[in-house]
Design a protein around this ligand. Structure first.
Ligand code: FAD
Length: 393
């Protein structure tokens, strides 16, 4: 890796290539981390695991579970690499759960001159906080150390048709009803299509009741896009299972989501959740024809400079779009305008149209991040069109 990085003037690292924008693209050289997928060591005493950065969560999770451990959270799919996920601040749900990058305790990376750097949360403070959600600009992350905890079991219960009006007074209660809660909504009626509640067995309240805030308990497993069969989805109906087979919505080895889609997602401070949802709802008629489904989730605040949850517990409004690029690109500025009063920050790995100037105004440490990157990569070896447009403006 050191020799490869030294040899080329321009390089972009690839994880599992699950981003929806051009953050991972290069016209020059692409370096795959696909085969860097080993567990390096597990420290049961320190409650950490060190992995090669290309490992997928779906490869790591069963290993951890077998050894009696778990991660604190997972994204909707286990198919994605640890290196690529932490780089874009990939997240699951849960008001008390930070994004996946918040579990990072140490990094090893090859920087532009081919040298190796090591950063740890314990020793490197703000330098570490700056590098973890690195947007691919710091260098090639080769190893990652993650915090782990004793393994746990979970149940997943789904409710259908939650009256949107319930969100007004009960949003935080609804989103705190389990360890991780997601709302799926198509913006077309006054009812949220599906509420997914993921609860820790023996810790959180069980949800075997027939109703939840006016929504009815599902009578079979469901897909977030209700018209699709649930074969690709993790087990529901309150059946207990290991954390890594309940936290993601989609099973490893199966196509996640619709399989043919675009995605966008915006983060706003949790206290603006209801206003932000109401603002987007006004665009429901325009959004509807191009949308498969929206997902609303929550994520705890963190201290990672480029994380959309930096210093703010957030609610995310996500859009799984049909592959209608032109229509979606025309709609995004309307959604971004509606969410502007809440200083919405976009998901780094999904499609957005906000300008570099707006991004800079919403990330108070972006200028410092650029200074730090200049130290690691003075000649822009890891810069691509995405970074030029969005970070360097
Ligand atoms: C069906 C589907 C569902 C999704 N669900 C979620 C979800 O629930 N939550 C969520 O937040 N996101 C979700 N995403 C988005 C996606 O998972 C993330 O954006 C994530 O970054 C993908 O990781 P990757 O390994 O594929 O990264 P890639 O797309 O391969 O790369 C992303 C960035 O990381 C850089 N990079 C990758 N590996 C390294 C490395 N080793 N060192 C340095 N830089 C590196 C790349 O250069 C690029 O800049 C979903 C995507 C899909 C397709």
């Amino acid at each position: 890796m050191q020799a490869l990085v030294k040899k080329h003037d321009k390089i972009k690292t690839l994880g599992t290539r699950h981003c929806f924008n051009n953050i991972a693209d290069s016209k020059d050289n692409l370096l795959s981390t696909r085969d860097m997928n080993k567990v390096v060591s597990l420290d049961a005493k320190a409650h950490t695991v060190t992995v090669e950065a290309g490992i997928k969560y779906g490869e790591l999770a069963p290993y951890l579970d077998k050894h009696g451990f778990a991660l604190h959270n997972l994204a909707s799919l286990p198919h994605i690499s640890v290196g690529g996920s932490i780089t874009t601040a990939t997240h699951g749900s849960g008001i008390k759960n930070g994004n996946l990058a918040s579990a990072v305790r140490g990094l090893e990376a090859v920087i532009a001159d081919g040298s190796v750097i090591h950063l740890t949360k314990a020793a490197d403070g703000e330098k570490f906080n700056a590098a973890v959600v690195g947007l691919g600009a710091i260098g090639v992350i080769t190893k990652v150390t993650l915090a782990i905890q004793p393994t746990f079991m979970m149940r997943q219960n789904v409710f259908i048709g939650l009256p949107v009006a319930q969100l007004k007074d009960n949003f935080e209660k609804i989103m705190s009803a389990g360890y991780s809660v997601s709302l799926f909504y198509d913006w077309q009626t006054d009812r949220i299509n599906e509420v997914w509640i993921k609860s820790r067995v023996g810790v959180d309240a069980e949800h075997n009741q027939p109703e939840f805030y006016g929504a009815k308990a599902a009578t079979k497993n469901l897909h977030p896009i209700i018209a699709l069969g649930a074969e690709n989805c993790t087990e529901q109906m309150g059946v207990a299972g290991p954390w890594y087979e309940r936290l993601p919505h989609f099973k490893m080895g199966f196509t996640p989501s619709s399989g043919k889609e675009l995605q966008s997602e915006y983060f706003v401070p949790l206290h603006h959740a209801v206003e932000a949802i109401e603002a987007v709802a006004k665009l429901g008629k325009q959004i509807g024809p191009h949308l498969f489904i929206t997902e609303v989730r929550t994520i705890a605040a963190d201290d990672l400079w480029m994380s959309p949850c930096h210093n703010q517990t957030s609610v995310t409004i996500h859009f799984t779009w049909k592959q209608e690029t032109e229509a979606v690109l025309a709609l995004l500025p309307l959604i971004e305008k509606a969410l502007a009063p809440f200083n919405a920050r976009p998901h780094w790995g999904k499609i957005f149209t906000l300008s570099a100037k707006v991004l800079e105004s919403r990330y108070e440490l972006l200028a410092d991040f650029k200074k730090l990157v200049a130290g690691y990569d003075p000649h822009g070896k890891f810069r691509n069109a995405f970074l030029e447009r969005n970070i360097y403006g």
